[in-house]
Design a protein around this ligand. Structure first.
Ligand code: UDP
Ligand code: MG
Length: 318
């Protein structure tokens, strides 16, 4: 396949230490895409894996020419790896898929058919059944999606993860955004392009372990909040107003006590007041810090990933 000819379909797959699942992945995905009878590429983004994932990918690439291997110089995270893949994908339609086979690749042809028939730009894979996920994962996901739905003006599909198909126009739009640390599952619905949904059953991870520890889930949630909503900032304002009201009341109380000569040694009330005000201030400063930090990193203009290698050549966009 020459670099100049754009394939019909690109499938972007982020991989981080996925040596256990990689052979299964190739075995299952290749027949599905070959059966499409259309030109395609699989853009495997190796997110700075420390195991044999890059070696296995290059080995796979030799017998599977449509598999394109991109390696990031360091582990940049799931979302950054997806962004890297999207910026390099050349297809007229672009699907994103996890490497662990939790999202069934067999759905991709169906998504493509839906997109072409109903002329939409985005087809979301929506988890109709995630009974294979742990209770903790399901519960945190539930809270996350409900919360983001309330906070965001755009209507996001609950339980739509990062399994979706997008048109070229959608991906071009995403790539043109200057946003740093994008949360794609929120960026895509926020664009508001015409969309459809396809339900699917979320399977258990085919092999290996999750690459999403609690710390990364927290990071994703903080990025989601600060990237999409000024509601937390407004919350700080409300806290500030509440704190001011409380202070005014305390002041009035102190004044009355002083006038009536009833000055009690209010250790407890003083302590409570100091603590309450301190807490409110800390909260506000913390929230402001999140936004200031975001502005700061954005101003620095550092890309969230650097491409080390692309099996297509030095500059595949030429
Ligand atoms: N992943 C990645 N970089 C990371 C963490 C994860 O590219 O720093 C990839 C991982 O290889 C997988 C996908 O993101 O293909 C989803 O990760 P995982 O399945 O571990 O998350 P979970 O399904 O447990 O939420
Ligand atoms: Mg997974």
């Amino acid at each position: 396949m020459r670099a100049a000819e754009a394939p019909l379909l690109s499938v972007v797959v982020p991989l981080y230490d996925e040596e256990a699942v990689l052979p299964l992945f190739a075995e299952r995905v290749r027949p599905v895409l070959d059966a499409l009878g259309e030109s395609y590429e699989v853009v495997a983004v190796d997110d700075g894996s420390k195991d044999s994932t890059p070696v296995l990918l290059l080995k796979e690439h030799r017998s599977w020419p449509q598999l394109r291997v991109i390696r990031l110089r360091s582990n940049s995270g799931h979302q950054a790896a997806l962004s890297a893949g999207l910026s390099r994908a050349r297809g007229r339609w672009i699907a994103t898929l996890d490497a662990d086979l939790q999202d069934p690749p067999e759905m991709i042809p169906e998504m493509l058919a839906v997109a072409q028939e109903s002329e939409v730009d985005v087809v979301y894979g929506v988890r109709a059944d995630r009974s294979t996920d742990t209770l903790f994962k399901r519960w945190t996901a539930r809270v996350y999606y409900r919360m983001m739905r309330r906070l965001m003006a755009a209507d996001i599909a609950v339980d739509a993860g990062d399994f979706r198909l997008m048109s070229r126009a959608t991906v071009d739009a995403i790539n043109s955004l200057p946003d740093h640390r994008q949360v794609l599952r929120l960026v895509v619905p926020a664009l508001g392009f015409p969309s459809a949904e396809v339900p699917y059953r979320r399977e258990a991870r085919a092999a290996g372990t999750t690459k999403y520890p609690l710390s990364r889930m927290v990071r994703l949630t903080v990025d989601s909040f600060t990237g999409f909503s000024t509601a937390p900032l407004r919350l700080a304002t409300w806290f500030g107003l509440g704190g001011a009201g409380l202070t005014a009341l305390l002041l009035a109380y102190a004044l009355i006590a002083w006038i009536s000569g009833d000055t009690i040694a209010g250790w407890a009330s003083t302590f409570v007041a100091v603590a309450a005000v301190g807490t409110v201030q800390l909260l506000c400063v913390g929230l402001l810090g999140e936004y200031v930090g975001r502005l700061y990193t954005q101003m620095q203009g550092r890309p969230s990933y650097f491409i080390a290698h692309d099996s297509l050549g030095e500059d595949p966009r030429m």
